[in-house]
Design a protein around this ligand. Structure first.
Ligand SMILES: [Zn+2]
Length: 132
């Protein structure tokens, strides 16, 4: 993330973390009681920048019903933390250009710059399979 300031990067991390916690909270509310302690443990963990573990995978392992959408989003958040860790965060996966920091602040899980995202959505808009 060459272009973004340190303040932007903190904002983005905080947003990712907040979203992660709120998703885990939703899953906790939807899941039955026996899974709650494990989810609370996950929520108390700080996401590492190394990407050596995946909160999304751990949640998926819990077999929480109805959590598909949340798990998909948690995977995107895990991937964003991983990109922060390996230094590729903020680079478009398609063209390699820096993603505008305003876009990253609005959508911290964005993997593409605006023009590549628009092209991607046009190309895949009619397909139903997940693009992750
Ligand atoms: Zn691009």
């Amino acid at each position: 993330m060459k272009e973004a300031s340190r303040k932007d990067s903190n904002t983005i991390r905080n947003k990712l973390r907040e979203r992660q916690l709120s998703l885990l909270g939703e899953i906790r509310d939807e899941s039955d009681q026996r899974d709650n302690q494990h989810l609370i443990d996950l929520m108390s963990r700080e996401p590492g920048d190394s990407g050596d573990y995946s909160i999304a995978d751990e949640v998926a392992d819990l077999n929480v019903a109805m959590a598909d959408r949340q798990i998909r989003e948690l995977r995107e958040i895990d991937a964003a933390f991983q990109r922060i860790g390996d230094g590729s965060f903020g680079q478009c996966v398609d063209c390699g250009a820096d993603i505008e920091s305003a876009r990253l602040i609005a959508y911290p899980t964005a993997k593409r710059c605006l023009s590549c995202q628009e092209r991607h959505e046009l190309l895949y808009a009619t397909e139903s399979h997940p693009t992750l």
